[in-house]
Design a binder for this molecule. Structure first.
Ligand code: ADP
Ligand code: ZN
Length: 209
């Protein structure tokens, strides 16, 4: 089963993806995580991507499509993937369709995790991430990771100004994908402004589990 998670930054895509990985054993592919790793390791991709990411802008489509083509060919994707943060533009969505058809795999659903913009600003500016394992918590949860005891930090792009820019970018570039997937009859809208476990029950129901 191959699933696209759509939603504004901070809507909870990563949290829901992690739950799906745990319950269904699908491969979680987060372009944001791949890019942050590339930035950390100062790879060619990371060096090119950093400026866009820090400003809350999208990394150019050709870089993203190349990295996703490579990622989708890894063996762990054969049982299915949860795509988190990709596609983010219509160009990327079209590229995904052709990647999947080349691999003779279907796209089963596009789940829109829907959350109001002001709720998102509050969430993201208080969000902290584990430097070691990527686990996500709130600033009020303390400075060490509950999973691996790593150091919790604020992502460079989780300050209010950049968050507002990321929301604008979402409205302009990514929101058109809602219509795109509605047109393919794949879209399911889920209210993301609830407890993650409650949201997850709807995610499972939407996928027919
Ligand atoms: P969020 O969904 O919280 O904004 P992500 O971790 O998904 O965070 O992405 C962080 C940043 O990485 C984005 O703001 C963007 O610069 C870049 N990025 C991630 N995925 C893509 C993509 N599919 N296309 C272009 N840029 C991307
Ligand atoms: Zn950790």
């Amino acid at each position: 089963m191959n699933i696209v998670l759509l939603g504004a930054p901070g809507a909870g895509k990563g949290t829901q993806a992690a739950k799906l990985v745990e319950s269904r054993g699908l491969a979680h592919i987060s372009t944001g995580d791949i890019l942050r790793e590339a930035v950390k390791n100062q790879t060619e991709l990371g060096v090119k991507a950093k400026g866009y990411m820090d400003a809350g802008e999208l990394v150019p489509d050709d870089l993203i499509v190349d990295l996703m083509k490579e990622r989708m060919e890894q063996p762990d994707t054969s049982e299915g993937v949860i795509l988190d943060g990709f596609p983010r533009t219509t160009t990327q969505a079209v590229a995904l369709d052709s990647m999947l058809s080349e691999l003779e795999r279907p796209l089963n659903a596009a789940l829109l995790i829907d959350v109001d913009a002001e709720v998102i600003v509050a969430r993201l500016t208080s969000r902290r991430m584990c430097r070691a394992c990527g686990h996500i918590c709130s600033v009020s949860d303390g400075q060490t990771c509950p999973k691996c005891a790593g150091e919790m930090y604020q992502r460079d792009d989780d300050n209010e100004e950049t968050v507002r820019n990321r929301l604008d970018v979402f409205d302009k570039s990514t929101a058109p994908l809602i219509d795109y997937y509605q047109g393919q009859d794949l879209l399911v809208r889920i209210d993301g402004d609830r407890d993650p476990g409650v949201v997850f029950a709807d995610v499972e129901a939407a996928l027919g589990f």
